[in-house]
Structure formats: C-alpha cells, structure tokens
Design a protein around this ligand. Structure first.
Ligand code: NDP
Length: 283
C-alpha cells in the first residue's frame, strides 16, 4: 500500500512538473516528417511551419506532398522539401534520411508517423499481410532511426515515434497493426535505455494516440467502434510539444495515460470495457 501510494504521488508530481513548451525551440529546427501527405502527419507539417521550422516531408503520393509543401510555405516554414518514398521498400529509409541531410544540412527532429493500409476486421490468417505491415510500420522505423541517429546525436535531437493505444493495450480488429505498434514500444523503449547508458543526448518520445478524426480512421471504424474521435490538428500539436519538451511518452487524449496505468491491475474488467466499445457483428 505504501509503495502504491508513493507511486501515485511520484506520478502526480511528474505530471505537474512536465517541461513547458517553448515555441521558439522549434523555430529554425530541422525536421524530417514521414506520413506527411494526409491525416495527422499533414497537420504536424502545418504546425511545424507556423513555428518556423525547416522541413522535409515524405510519403508516397507526390501530388499531395506538393500541395502540403505549398501550404507549409504560406504558413511560415523557413524551408520545405519533399521526397516520395514507399516504406515497404527496404532501401527507402536510407534514401530519405540522405535526402534530408543533403537539403537541411542536419536534423533536430525525426518524426516517424507513416503507416501502411490494413483492414479493420477479424484476423483472417493472412500472414503475408502481417509480414508486409511489419516492414512498413516497424522495420522502416528502425531503419530510419538507425540512419538518423548519428545526426541526431550531433544535434542532441529528438526521435518522435507515433504509436497508438493499440500499441499499449490490445484491442479487437487490429491484430497485425497492434503487433507493429507493440513492436515499436519494445524496440524504442529498449533503445532509450541504451542511449542513456551511453550518455547520448537523443530523446525518444513515444506518442500514444486514441481514435483521431482522420479520414482513414473514421472510414475504417464507422459502425464498428462506439468512441468519439479527437481532432487531428490537436493530436498533431500534442506530438510536436512532446518531442520539443523531450517527454518520454505523450498521451492524447490525456486520459489514455490513466487507462494504461490501470491496464495490468484489472485485466478482466479492462477487456470487458474494451469489448463494449466495439460492434462485433459488423466486423
Ligand atoms: P493516414 O492514413 O491519414 O496517413 C498515413 C500516412 O502514411 C499518409 O501520409 C500516407 O501517405 C503514408 N503512407 C501510407 N503508406 C505508406 C508507405 N507504404 N510508405 C510511405 N508512406 C506511407 O493516418 P493517420 O494520420 O490517421 O495516422 C498517423 C499516425 O497516427 C500513424 O502512426 C497511426 O498509427 C497513428 N494513430 C492514428 C490514429 C487514428 O485514429 N487516426 C489512432 C492511433 C494512432 P501516402 O499514401 O501518400 O503514402
């Protein structure tokens, strides 16, 4: 009981003593942002631009990236470039980091945000799809981080990994996706220890998001999930603030952090609550 109370007090103190965000810390920052053509990535591009960052955007669709780039310039980005890349190709991560280094001359923030398309339904035994999704959602993150780490070490930069509640607590209809997000937590949380042990001043921020109102998420979860979707622009800003303040983890909406705290204490009740959010018959 004493240990539990002490844990709660330490948690509350840590919660209130988080670093406050200083927008100037991002002005002129050199940012490589993946999954930047739509959704939360696109919104992050606009926020970084308003803060006056220098940005390299990447995703597969050049026409969308071109439009995002133009809007970023209007919003105040100091420099913006884009490179088309498909992260299912094992060569893509190194090419993208090389491009960013060439264009920006260094890197302060690497934001890993892209995801490959995956069905939102019950597991149908498609192992090949899981293998492909691991490449796009997990292995490409590892390869991007590996290529960028020496550059981030020089700038004492931030590595920001966008994950999901489904990467902390398993939920229905997301088998392969959930596996890729759990893998990110395992890999990057272990790497965080190793960087600290080597006294390397690169921070790793893992971002845990709930349901966000991007086109992709709303389309997939329609009639299947009874949960409100939170605004992508706000999710994007929370991620950026987390990276800039060198937070270990950020949660959006905030109450996901409480849910994650409770997850191991009441596993049976937790599973009943999660299942109550899902429409089993339409999946
Ligand atoms: P979107 O589907 O809107 O965006 C995905 C981005 O990834 C797009 O820019 C897309 O661009 C790019 N992408 C897709 N496939 C590839 C590929 N093979 N290679 C390179 N880029 C690719 O997703 P969201 O904005 O909703 O999600 C962003 C992040 O937030 C993800 O990490 C997701 O897991 C996380 N998240 C989202 C939630 C939500 O409810 N929306 C909930 C929890 C977490 P293009 O097609 O042009 O390549």
């Amino acid at each position: 009981k004493v240990l539990c109370a002490a844990g709660i007090i330490v948690g509350l103190l840590a919660f209130f003593w988080r670093d406050t965000f200083n927008p100037d810390s991002i002005s002129g920052a050199r940012v490589l942002l993946t999954g930047a053509s739509t959704g939360i990535g696109e919104q992050m591009a606009y926020h970084y631009s308003r803060f006056g960052a220098e940005i390299v955007l990447t995703a597969r669709r050049g026409t969308l990236l071109q439009k995002v780039m133009e809007k970023c310039l209007q919003l105040g980005a100091k420099k913006v470039f884009y490179i088309q890349a498909d992260m299912s190709s094992p060569q893509a991560p190194e090419e993208v980091v090389h491009f960013a280094l060439q264009k920006l001359g260094g890197l302060d923030h690497l934001v890993l945000n892209h995801i490959g398309g995956t069905p939102f339904r019950m597991w149908d035994g498609d192992v090949e799809h899981t293998r492909w999704l691991m490449q796009v959602n997990f292995l490409s993150y590892v390869a991007l981080a590996s290529a960028a780490l020496p550059i981030l070490a020089e700038s004492k930069g931030s590595l920001i990994v966008v994950s999901s509640l489904t990467g902390k607590i398993s939920t229905p209809f997301t088998t392969s996706y959930s596996a890729t997000k759990f893998a990110l937590d395992g890999f990057f949380s272990s790497l965080r220890h190793e960087l600290a042990m080597q006294k390397q001043d690169v921070c790793i921020t893992l971002c845990i998001l709930g349901l966000i109102d991007t086109e992709m998420a709303l389309e997939k979860t329609r009639d299947k999930v009874y949960m409100s979707a939170y605004p992508a622009a706000e999710a994007a800003l929370t991620i950026i603030k987390g990276g800039a303040t060198r937070a270990r983890e950020v949660f959006y909406p905030w109450w996901l952090e409480l849910l994650c705290c409770l997850r191991d204490w009441f596993p049976d009740q937790r599973d009943v609550v999660i299942q109550s959010f899902y429409n089993y018959t339409s999946a």
